[in-house]
Design a protein around this ligand. Structure first.
Ligand SMILES: NC(=O)c1ccc[n+]([C@@H]2O[C@H](COP(=O)([O-])OP(=O)(O)OC[C@H]3O[C@@H](n4cnc5c(N)ncnc54)[C@H](OP(=O)(O)O)[C@@H]3O)[C@@H](O)[C@H]2O)c1
Length: 235
C-alpha cells in the first residue's frame, strides 16, 4: 500500500486532505504541531479503526529552524507528500521574528522533509495561496514565504523529473478566518468570487487527491481552487 505524508494534518484543510488520501487507499503519516496532539491521535484512531495500521502520527514544530525527520518516517517509503502546514499572521517588512517563523514553517521545514524523503517520493503537492502571486495587504512575510514555497516546488519539478511530479494548489477563500464574523465583509468577498461562495476543505482535498494520484502527465503546474477569484482579484 502506498504511503503519504501530510504536514499540518490534524485539523481543517490538512485533515480533509489526509482523509481523502486515506479514502483512496493510502497509508497516512499525519504530521502535526505540538498544539494538535489530541486531534492528530483522534484522526489516526479513526483511520486505523476503518483500516488497521493505516495511519501514524508525527509531532514536530515546524517553526523550529532545525526540524529533523525521524528514521521511522524515512523508512515508511513515502511516495506522496502534501506540504500543507502553514501559519497565517499579519506582518510588515521590519517584522524579523515573523520573517523567521514564516520561513521556517513554510519553506525550511518542508525542504528538510522533502530532502529526507527524496529517495521514495513520486508526487509532491504543496499548498500555497492565490495571494502568493497577488499579494494581500498586510501579510508581507506570509506572502513572501508562500511564494518561496511555490518557487521551490517549481524548481523541484525540474530538478527531480522525471521521477517525481511536483505541483501546487492555491486555495482562495475556503473558510472565513477566525474572528471574521463581519457579514458585510463576507458578502463583499463573495461578490469578488465568480462562483459566488467560499470553497470547502473537501473541495481542496479533491484537487490535491487528483494532482497527487491521478494526474500522471501533469507536473510543474499551479492549480487555483478559488471559485475563479484569482481571475478577477483586485485587492
Ligand atoms: N483556509 C483558507 O481559506 C485558506 C486560504 C488560502 C490558503 N490556504 C492554505 O490552505 C492550507 C489549509 O488551510 P487551513 O486553513 O487548514 O490552514 P491552517 O489551519 O492555517 O494551518 C494548517 C496546519 O498547519 C499547522 N501548523 C501551523 N504552525 C505549525 C508549526 N509551527 N508546526 C507544525 N505545524 C504547524 C497547523 O497546526 P495547528 O493547528 O496545530 O497549529 C494546521 O494543522 C494551508 O496551507 C493554508 O495556508 C487556506
Amino acid at each position: 500500500m502506498k504511503a503519504a505524508l501530510v504536514t499540518g494534518a490534524a485539523t481543517r484543510g490538512g485533515a480533509a486532505i489526509a482523509r481523502e488520501l486515506h479514502r483512496r487507499g493510502l497509508t497516512l503519516l499525519l504530521h502535526h504541531s505540538p498544539r494538535s496532539v489530541v486531534q492528530a491521535q483522534a484522526l489516526a484512531g479513526e483511520m486505523n479503526a476503518a483500516r488497521s495500521e493505516s495511519a501514524a502520527t508525527w509531532c514536530a514544530d515546524f517553526s523550529d529552524p532545525a526540524v529533523r525527520v525521524p528514521e521511522w518516517v524515512v523508512d515508511a517509503a513515502v511516495e506522496v507528500c502534501v506540504c500543507n502546514a502553514s501559519v497565517w499572521e499579519a506582518s510588515t517588512l521590519a517584522d524579523c521574528d515573523r520573517a523567521a517563523t514564516d520561513w521556517n514553517v513554510h519553506v525550511a521545514s518542508h525542504a528538510a522533509v522533502l530532502a529526507a524523503l527524496k529517495a521514495s517520493l513520486r508526487s509532491i503537492v504543496t499548498i500555497t495561496d492565490v495571494h502568493a502571486d497577488r499579494p494581500a495587504r498586510g501579510h508581507l512575510w506570509y506572502t513572501t514565504t508562500k511564494a518561496a514555497l511555490q518557487a521551490m516546488t517549481m524548481a523541484l519539478a525540474a530538478d527531480w523529473s522525471p521521477r517525481v511530479r511536483c505541483n501546487v494548489v492555491q486555495p482562495g477563500t475556503l473558510t472565513w478566518p477566525e474572528g471574521w464574523s463581519d457579514r458585510a465583509r463576507q458578502e463583499s468577498v463573495r461578490r469578488g468570487i465568480p462562483l459566488a461562495r467560499e470553497g470547502s476543505f473537501e473541495e481542496l482535498a479533491a484537487a490535491v487527491g487528483w494532482l497527487a494520484l491521478d494526474a500522471h502527465y501533469v507536473t510543474g503546474q499551479i492549480l487555483a481552487v478559488d471559485g475563479g477569484r484569482s481571475r478577477v482579484l483586485c485587492d
